[in-house]
Design a binder for this molecule. Structure first.
Ligand SMILES: Cc1cc2nc3c(=O)[nH]c(=O)nc-3n(C[C@H](O)[C@H](O)[C@H](O)COP(=O)(O)O)c2cc1C
Length: 371
C-alpha cells in the first residue's frame, strides 16, 4: 500500500513524516517557541472548543465553497506561507502550488521560499500570495515588493510577528541553519534517513530561492525589528493590490491596521513559533471580530489539525483559514499523493462536521458556534 493510503488524519501524516525526515528537518518543521507551552495551550483551547450539533435538517447536499476578496475559492482553507518547504521533499513548493491551482485557494509564498516566487505564481495559476518579511533597513524589502508586483502578484501578506526570530530549542539543538550547512552531526542524521537524503541530494540542496539573484540577499536571523506602523503605511502606498497583515493578536493593533487601510487581518501565533506566552490565537478571534465589525476580512491560522478545527475557527469569526506544517508532513510522508490525500481528509472532515452541525454551506458558520 502506498504511504498516502495510510493517511487518515493529520496525526498520521506527522507520524509517517517523523520516520522519514532527518531529526533536524522534522524538528525545524514541528518545533515551537521556548518550552512549547504556547503550542500546548493552543491545542488544548482548540480541543476544548465545541461545535453546536443540530438535527433533522436536510444536509445531503453540502458545499465547502468560500469567497475571498470577492473571488470564489473551492475551500475555506488555504496554504500558510512557509519557508524552505523543499526540505520536506524535493519539489514541495510546486506540489503546494498545483494544489492551490486545483482548488483556487491561496498558496502563501514565503520570502524564504525554496522556489523562485515567479515560478510558484505560474504553477499556482495565479493562486499565490506573496508573504513579506521586512528586514534590515528595508531597502531590499521594498525591492522585493516591486519584484512581486512585476511578477503579477496581487496580494501581499506582511508578516509582523517576527521582529526577531523566536528561539525554538528543538531546532537550535540540531544546529539548523539557513542557508543549509552540513556538519558531522547532520551527516549522521542524514545517513540514518537515506530515503530523504538520497532524493534531496539528487535534487540539489534546497536554497532560499528568492535571493542571490540581482543582488538580493537575505539573512534569516537579520533583525526585522526596525519595522513600524510608518513602514506599514509606506507599504500601503507602494502596494496597489490587496494587503494582508499576518500575526496579529491584539485588538488595539488590529484597529490601527484597519485605520491604516489594510485589506485583511490574519490572527496567527505563527504556529506557536514566536512569543511562547502570546494569547491563544483561537481565543482572540471572537473579540477581534467584534471589534472589527462584520465586514472586515479576518483570516486565521495556527494549530489547525483537521477540517473540524478549521470549522471551529470559522464559527469563531474567521472568514478564511490556513493550514501550515501538517501540509509539509503530508508531503514528507507520501509526496504529492500524500499531500492530496491529506487535503481530501481535511475536506471530508469539514464536510462531515458541517452535516453534523446542520450546515449545507459556509454562509453563516457562526451557527456552528456553541449556543
Ligand atoms: C516550517 C515553518 C516555516 C514557516 N515559515 C514562515 C514564513 O516564512 N513566513 C511566515 O509568514 N510564516 C511562516 N510560518 C508560519 C506559518 O505561516 C503559519 O503561521 C503556521 O505554520 C500555522 O500554524 P500550524 O503550522 O500549526 O498550522 C512557518 C511555519 C512553519 C511550521
Amino acid at each position: 500500500m502506498a504511504a498516502a493510503d495510510h493517511i487518515h488524519s493529520a496525526e498520521d501524516a506527522r507520524r509517517l513524516a517523523r520516520r522519514r525526515l532527518p531529526w533536524m528537518v522534522f524538528d525545524y518543521i514541528d518545533g515551537a517557541a521556548g518550552r512549547e507551552t504556547g503550542a500546548a495551550r493552543g491545542r488544548a483551547a482548540l480541543d476544548a472548543l465545541t461545535l453546536r450539533p443540530r438535527i433533522l435538517r436536510d444536509v445531503s447536499a453540502r458545499s465547502l465553497a468560500a469567497t475571498l476578496f470577492g473571488a470564489p475559492a473551492a475551500r475555506p482553507f488555504g496554504i500558510a506561507p512557509m519557508g524552505m518547504c523543499n526540505l520536506a521533499a524535493p519539489g514541495a513548493d510546486l506540489m503546494l502550488a498545483r494544489l492551490a491551482a486545483r482548488h483556487s485557494v491561496p498558496h502563501g509564498v514565503s520570502t524564504v521560499a525554496s522556489t523562485p516566487l515567479e515560478r510558484i505564481l505560474e504553477v499556482a495559476e495565479g493562486n499565490a500570495w506573496f508573504q513579506l518579511y521586512f528586514s534590515g533597513d528595508g531597502s531590499g524589502t521594498f525591492r522585493l515588493v516591486e519584484r512581486a508586483r512585476v511578477a503579477g502578484y496581487r496580494t501581499l501578506v506582511l508578516t509582523v510577528d517576527v521582529p526577531e526570530v523566536g528561539r525554538r530549542p528543538r531546532e537550535l539543538r540540531h544546529g539548523f541553519k539557513m542557508p543549509f550547512r552540513l556538519g558531522p552531526r547532520q551527516v549522521l542524521d542524514f545517513a540514518l534517513h537515506p530515503r530523504w537524503s538520497l532524493s534531496t541530494l539528487a535534487a540539489g540542496k534546497p536554497q532560499m530561492a528568492n535571493f542571490g539573484v540581482d543582488g538580493f540577499t537575505f539573512d534569516r536571523t537579520e533583525s526585522r525589528a526596525r519595522a513600524t506602523f510608518d513602514t506599514l503605511r509606506r507599504l500601503r502606498e507602494a502596494w496597489p493590490g490587496k494587503l494582508v497583515v499576518k500575526g496579529v493578536l491584539d485588538v488595539e493593533d488590529a484597529l490601527t491596521l484597519r485605520d491604516a487601510g489594510v485589506d485583511a487581518i490574519q490572527v496567527s501565533s505563527h504556529g506557536a513559533r514566536q512569543l511562547e506566552s502570546a494569547p491563544t490565537p483561537i481565543d482572540v478571534l471572537p473579540a477581534m471580530r467584534a471589534a472589527l465589525g462584520p465586514d472586515m476580512p479576518l483570516f486565521y491560522d495556527s494549530g489547525l489539525r483537521s477540517g473540524e478545527d478549521a470549522l471551529k475557527a470559522l464559527a469563531q469569526g474567521a472568514d478564511f483559514t490556513f493550514f501550515g506544517r501538517i501540509l509539509q508532513f503530508a508531503i514528507a510522508a507520501g509526496g504529492e499523493a500524500g499531500l492530496n490525500r491529506l487535503w481530501d481528509v481535511l475536506s471530508e472532515e469539514m464536510s462531515i462536521a458541517m452535516a453534523q452541525c446542520g450546515l449545507t454551506d459556509l454562509s453563516r458558520p457562526s451557527a456552528a458556534a456553541p449556543a
